[in-house]
Design a protein around this ligand. Structure first.
Ligand code: SF4
Length: 445
């Protein structure tokens, strides 16, 4: 085996335009930190390059470090960067591995000369298994090349109870950057993987081969106790799911006298049907709940198979507001929207006193039934547009230009409202509103 033990673990930048969420939400590269821990244990020398926070360009770092292997992860919108970095790494003669959320489902998009392996599972041990030369023939959740032809091994769900502690050295070195809004720094903790629900627009429930898996909650609390950071971002696709497990979480946090603030994803129906439990969670420091409100009317909620109605959504906001927990209400602007539908989101936020709102453009995800449905309406195939900020398929009730116009007007109104209410005071509002107004004239009007 080579004497060079250096492995570069890469998370590319989110975008190269300034119109993104850099400086507002920057995520700790937890997946890479898990791989780091596994590689170190196996005798390798891992290094991370995260495009969200690094000042030194990737290629410069690559040449300085001279790793023998490079692992690159990312989401759909980062596909172009992932390919570019794989090409640069291959030119140096390194072994190249691609993994992460996008590769798990759309692995064939990386079948090219610059890539040696595509990982289709969540298990961080896979990277060490490949690099220690284990036989790829019977390695699950892996695509590899035999005599120049790609072989697709079976993907299997990962038992996340086997995860070892991530190595957070890189996080601690960049505490001035990793944040969730005003929660700076915010450390990521995963307690479960995938989602037990089946909302039709979502791909989170397809992760881990569609199998929802939970870690032991006592182990999660133990991990949280050991993190030197006051803000914990529980990055499960749905943390508010298992009532008994959450009761245990609250008890253990109290028992161990842990005083931190938490942000998590949680469905409105859970919040609405568990007001007492939400009160207990608020009592131990729950600060933000990120909730997919999605739509202001039951017709859209039903079409999305959300298993939730508007009355429940409204009750959930009331409960969290009464407890002093911030709901980040996440909405989808559908491609069948009229001008009135765009306005309805604004009105809903005002009526329900929802202070924090985020809006995504309806995006049929790659390699799903949904994208087949929208096949004839697609107006782009550029993966960087799969960022929920771009229209990727033709709207049905107005032109693309008009659609962007209404979308940007909605964003500006929500932003101005947030500004007036004094939330997110760390944001450069003038810059963001300026960008939105510019986009209003670039895309719409
Ligand atoms: S939208 Fe939320 S609840 Fe629905 S499948 Fe996705 S992660 Fe699960």
């Amino acid at each position: 085996m080579t004497e060079n033990k250096r492995v570069l673990l890469v998370h590319p930048e989110i975008s190269r335009t300034k119109y993104n969420f850099a400086g507002i939400i920057d995520n700790e590269p937890l997946e890479l930190e898990y791989i780091w821990a596994v590689l170190e244990k196996a005798g390798f020398e891992p290094h991370i390059w995260d495009g969200q926070v690094e000042r030194e360009p990737f290629v410069k770092r690559l040449h300085e470090l001279g790793p023998f292997a490079v692992y690159i992860c990312g989401r759909t919108r980062q596909e172009g960067f992932m390919r570019e970095y794989a090409r640069a790494a291959k030119e140096t003669g390194a072994v190249t591995m691609i993994g992460g959320l996008h590769a798990q489902r759309c692995f064939r998009r990386f079948f090219n000369d610059d890539t040696d392996f595509v990982l289709t599972g969540y298990d961080p041990e896979l990277v060490a298994d490949i690099l220690t030369g284990k036989s790829t023939e019977d390695m699950n959740s892996l695509c590899w090349k035999r005599d120049g032809h790609w072989v697709v091994n079976k993907a299997v769900p990962h038992d996340i109870r086997r995860l070892i502690r991530p190595d957070r050295t890189y996080f601690y070195q960049h505490q001035d950057r990793y944040r969730y809004l005003e929660m700076l720094p915010a450390a990521h903790v995963r307690t479960s993987y995938s989602c037990p629900y089946r909302c039709s627009f979502c791909i989170r429930n397809r992760m881990n081969c569609g199998v929802y898996a939970q870690r032991d909650i006592a182990d999660v609390v133990d991990e949280i106790a050991g993190i030197d950071c006051d803000n914990i971002y529980l990055i499960d696709d749905d943390f508010l799911f298992d009532e008994k497990r959450l009761e245990e979480f609250v008890s253990l946090i109290i028992q161990r006298k842990i005083h931190k603030r938490y942000v998590c994803y949680g469905r409105a129906d859970f919040v609405a049907s568990h007001p007492e439990l939400m009160k207990k969670l608020a009592g131990i420091g729950l600060y933000y709940v990120l909730t997919g409100i999605e739509a202001t009317d039951d017709a859209h909620l039903n079409a999305y198979s959300k298993r939730c109605d508007n009355e429940v959504n409204e009750r959930a906001v009331r409960i969290l507001n009464s407890l002093g927990v911030n709901m980040m209400g996440m909405f989808i602007v559908d491609l069948d929207f009229t001008a009135a539908d765009f306005r309805s989101i604004w009105k809903w936020a005002v009526k329900n006193d929802l202070k924090h709102a985020a809006v995504s453009i309806f995006t049929p995800e790659m390699n799903t039934e949904l994208i087949k449905e929208y096949k004839d309406r697609l107006i782009t195939r550029d993966p960087s547009h799969w960022d929920y900020l771009h229209v990727v398929a033709k709207p049905s009730k107005m032109s693309v230009k008009r659609y962007y116009f209404h979308y940007h007007i909605l964003l500006i109104r929500l932003f101005l409202r947030a500004w007036r209410q004094g939330i997110y005071d760390f944001i450069d509002y003038r810059f963001f509103i300026g960008s939105m107004v510019k986009n209003l004239f670039r895309f719409g009007g």
